[in-house]
Design a binder for this molecule. Sequence first.
Ligand code: ADP
Ligand code: MG
Length: 429
Amino acid sequence: MASQWSYFDIPPSAARLTGSLRDIGYDFHTAVADLVDNSIAAGASQVDVELVFDPNASYVLISDDGEGMTPAAMLEALRFGSRRDYAPNELGRFGLGLKTGSFSQCRRLSVVSRHTPVRRTCTVRTIDLDYVERVDAWAVLADEGGPGIEAALNRLEERPGTVVVWENLDRVLPDRYAESGWGRRRMASLAKKTAEHLSMVFHRFIAGSTGTEPVTISVNDEKLDPWDPFAGDEKNTISLEPEIFELELEDGSSDIAFRGYVLPPRDKFSTPERFEHMSGPLKWNRQQGLYIYRANRLVQFGGWNGLRGIDEHTKLARASIDFDTDLDETFQINVAKMSVVLPATLKNMLERPIHDLCVRADAAYRQSPSDVDSPRSSPKSASSDSVALREVGVALKAALLESQDLPVFREALNTLRQRHPDLATSLGL
Ligand SMILES: Nc1ncnc2c1ncn2[C@@H]1O[C@H](COP(=O)(O)OP(=O)(O)O)[C@@H](O)[C@H]1O
Ligand SMILES: [Mg+2]
């Protein structure tokens, strides 16, 4: 029946919808990262991720010492699509991550929170998908118990904060494996991958380079070191000058910062171990490219977003792109915060600096006497002449770039292209 406002209000079926909301593209480590976002947004200075293997009763805890939640705030937090406003550059956006991230991995999510420093009172709320399916309602249960929740209450004995508990980990440990050695090994390997991922996406927060206090993050009691994609502490890393690009918005404009880096080749790294470490989760070739940060949190890494291809010769090139949350729609940030789409106007603006960066990276790569990933191209190959010419081209570009005078460099290239187009093509210019 139509209401007095002349519409039909048809709340979605909880039992039907929660199932599909489980599959919106999270991995274990990206789901955990979404919860760490929440902890950082709540002002946490310490976030601990624990994967506890217990045959048939394994659980995951993500604990923080942030500001905690009142019972009312907690209920709103558990709503799919929490109703709230966001300050500029807050890490949240859709009001979904806590729920969708959690249920991508488990069937039972509990949140335990203590808001006040003076009293030890904790609020315990649970959404259990088995229960939701049974009653077909967005049901939140109060004061549930069990080992995971007990552990969470323990973490809040001394201080306020919030602990998220994942139980019934059907996606992590399918039934038949829940009590096996395989299950234990899987939890251990997920912990490792999670540590690697968090060290990377939150590296600025861990290093304290965001202008706020550093955040300590641990996974299974191991404190994470920041993994800076640009190896800023290596003396042979080349940092190019930052460039600012202005993007027009409907109501004004917003700045985007671009900065290119050429990492040192293996023999110019302080140690071979550091070189290996900086190769990153996807390894050198696939870690080349753009590192896109939204409000200092890395939301996409590796690859060139369609601007060019992955190439062994440019594997030392990495660049940061920084945007603020007012550009969320322009960048089409997705719920799982794993990818963005570069606006076409920005792509055009980035072509030139990315080209220049790759020329430098190519030169650094070729100057290196030994590079493990691939032997240098053989001069005896079928197209040896064109290879040699391209090498001359690269050497020429590198030499011109050494002058540090980009306008002169570009003018010289243009003159050459106009006067000797064929030669310029052969030289790869
Ligand atoms: N660890 C936490 N500490 C305090 N508040 C939290 C925490 N996790 C979630 N919240 C609250 O719950 C809300 C919903 O979280 P979430 O579903 O991740 O959506 P979003 O982060 O996009 O707002 C947050 O906006 C915040 O108010
Ligand atoms: Mg969130």
